[in-house]
Write a protein that binds this ligand. Sequence first.
Ligand code: MOS
Length: 758
Amino acid sequence: MPTTQQTETASPIGRKTPRVDGPLKVTGVAQYASDFHFPGLLYAVPVEAAIANGKIDKLDISAAEKMPGVRAIFHRGNIGKIFRSTKGQGFEGINDERRPPFEDDVIRYYGQYIALAVADTFESAKAAADALRATYIKEKPNVETDLKADDEPDVVDTSFEPTKRVESERGDPEGTFASAPVKLDQTYVTPTETHNPIELQSTTAIWEGTNLTIYEESQGIFNLRSVLAQMFGLPKENVRVVTKFVGSGFGSKLWPWTHCPLAVAAARQLGKPVKLVLSRKMMFQSVGHRPRTQQRVRLGATSDGKLVSLQHDYVNHQAILDNYHEDCGEATPFHYSVPNLRVKFGRARRNVGSPTAMRGPGAVPGLYATESAMNELADQLKIDPVKLRVLNEPKIDESLGIPFSSRHFLECLDLGAEKFGWSQRKPEIGSMKRDGLILGWGMAGAAWVAARFPAEASVQLRDDGSARVASGTQDIGTGTYTILAQLASEKTGVPLEKVEVVLGDTSLPAGPISGGSMVTGSMVPAVFAAADHAIESLFSIATTTPGSQFEKKKPADLAFEGGKIFVKADAPGNGVPFADVLRRANVRLVTGNGKSEATFGNPKPKFSTHSFGCHFVEVTWQPEIARLRVSRVVTVIDAGRILNPLAGRNQIEGAVVMGIGMALLEHTTYDPQNGAPINSNLADYMMPVNADAPSAIDVHFLDYPDKEINELGARGIGEIGLAGIAAAITEATYHATGVRVRELPIKIEDLLTSSVLA
Ligand code: MOS
């Protein structure tokens, strides 16, 4: 096995590198989207519908209009034209909520925007928005939590491509289930969850003639540009999106939401820059959420634990107009060896805002269900849950009939079990104790897709020995600034502190969305190619500059290492620093451009590319006061080569804490009377805080390079850490309390039936 805990290396790759943008953030210099100010800036506050189903009857704007500082109250009658956008090629024109704001008077979810107050100050705009009176023709909203699939055809629209509802199928899953010696048939439910990045969503829009500039905290600036260009009937070139720093997103900032065109339209109508910042309450209503899912899992097995049949049928809720598919079956078809399988989905329309991707979309709720089912099957079979997984390890991806590029799931299990001390487990419920607390142990496996999006980058080498690397991707807090500095430093030999990284602007080479944990994997070939091209330019300068040491040579005779140019036949130590070559030639800088092709969405892949992992979890249970705590987590991740173990560990630790939230705390509840998310604030929507996190989150990386993804072998590590952990926590909870909870989150009241006494 390669080294799991990297030692310091001369190369910046694999080095524990603190965030290069850290000082900007901790000193307050970093400018987030709503930190940009402009002369004449006006403030906009949207008015939210107070019903979830019905129509606007009357909007009374008379009082609001006359309030001090108010510039305009916009509504359907005066906002001007906002067109629909449609999906283009690749990641262009994507929206989960397609209807432009104010398109009609119909209200389909609580909090849908019905008007917009614009004023000289935020306070005046808020007062005006509050003073606006709306009356409605109300109908009863449907926010029913029991999800039965609506009647839909076999192929349905989604936010991306039309998709077959039978996602994967092989063998005879029904027949083999019917005749299986051991059967499990359970339904697992995950609730609506709301992304709660610290930074609120916002748009600041500035028009100069027919040119539009947007400051917004986007996880995908090029898609935002393409959507806005369509909505305002502009050539893409006329739209510029700037996203310098993002206070996290978790998927809620991947695609544009309706507040953005509202700010743009208001700025157009008033001829002034307009800033619109959402409230935390609006963040629960109109910028997406992870939808509720209801997932039936049927497993058939032999009495010695070999799977013979797997059926995964699930339903997610979706909005009234849109077509969001939560792909809970993402990992199901390949995760275990099973000859007979079917994965099928359906959806149920509800009066809710459109769902959207949330960290590990699909696989995270999906693996909660399938890994829970595996744990329950192990219990039924009286087989250790680790052993059940070992028994069903696939040799290839059985859904596609192709090999995995790099799968070390069994090694994850081995290492995790060893670090956790799993061999000490006593399977009887409530049988393990420490310091007067009852212990519960559980585990689960994890998987997350790995691929590349298309990516472009430029690398400049400058005559002062510094470098600049630029790409129109984003750093959403995950470390992209740092990784790009490391990549450029590796190739150019320029020390990290002399590498300038520029991100988050559509005037830069087109970068990938910060989604799917794919930025790092996608950027490696683009940055390396860009650096190579910059070095080629250096060679041609070196061989053509009069008086240059290399004047008599051909570019092909030269090599580059550690920031120095040298003749291939010589040792690198005799080389000339590139800055010297540039200065002698009176050239300030050379620029190389590089590109990575996408592998994501390849219809005929040669390899199945995924990251893998597992979690081992300990909970403590105090029956006297019904207190359940996660006390210890060991997580092992097989995510290819780890370029920055510090940032990597931080990603997994964060995901584990989020997993504790998923298992024990997070759920958005809709009021059946008016369809409003009830707990739409950070006091009532519970998320794990430091006091909920175990003191020890023990993270290990296997560090096997996956050369299918890029030459460094780096996959991504943002989302894999959240996959599977909720199933490990519910299993540990069962082991401690004897209570099987199949609907997240686990609530105290669920555990009051525990028969385990102090
Ligand atoms: Mo992530 S849900 O791909 O932002």
